[in-house]
Design a protein around this ligand. Sequence first.
Ligand code: I24
Ligand code: DGL
Length: 270
Amino acid sequence: MAKQPIGFLDSGVGGLTVVKEALRQLPQEDIVFIGDQARLPYGPRPASQVQEFTWQLTNFLLKKQIKMLVFACNTATAEALEVIKPHLSIPVVGVILPGTRAAIKASHNGQIGVIATEGTIASNAYEKAIKLRDPDLTVVSLAAPKFVPLVESNQYQGELARKIVAETLAPLKETAIDTLILGCTHYPLLRPLIQDFMGPKVQLIDSGAEAVSEVSVLLDYFEIANHHLEGPRQTSFYTTASPEMFDQIAGDWLDLNEIHAEQVNVKESN
Ligand code: I24
Ligand code: DGL
């Protein structure tokens, strides 16, 4: 079991922010990633469709003999985790619970902000998870639908990004939140601009990084961590769209020079 890979699924390439954390935090683990780039974005889709697509990605990864499954996508976690998890016999980790736990730990005044896609915000998943732990906490949720296209058009650093971040987050600036959850895979790329705008007193929480920490805990809890790696770890990448674009983005982001993703049809393979 310990030598089997950990599976990561995402609506596209954003989940690579989670994979990057896994490469850093779990250097001895083999990784299999599938991104549904052909049907990205999931954010604006109805929940039923996100569930259908996420099931297909899950079944694809199960065939790769994974020992643990990570939903490296906030929208899939918000809308499909509860539906899929009871059917699986391996541990399944989403990005939402780890993000809320970290936010509850970080906040001193009990006022927590969440930014995410429309789907994640509409599901209320973050707010529900936080309130379940402590009904006295205040949660301010805000959809930031312009952020994903901003990152994907490679404009996450310039003046346009600064302007969109300021316009989008203006309603949060008027609140007393001292902690802000980045509830979408793409938002860590906007982190410097978000921190600049919100000011140094607001702590930003990267849900993906927290999810990888949880994976680390679970590997020990279930005694399935890979401690005896012979040779370098294996990473395999699959995408439902053009592998050329995937290889370029993933190679650049993960600082790996030899990424050769394989294009797969997850509809047929099930
Ligand atoms: N970032 C993402 N997706 C892309 C991109 C990007 N192109 C440049 N960068 N393309 O996700 C996906 C294809 N899209 C294009 C628009 O229509 C829908 C399909 C974020 C990846 C986060 C790891 C910017 C970029 C890059 C390299 C590394 C990181 C990054 F080129 F954000
Ligand atoms: N991966 C998605 C998320 O974290 C963002 C991109 C999308 O909308 O598909 O919510």
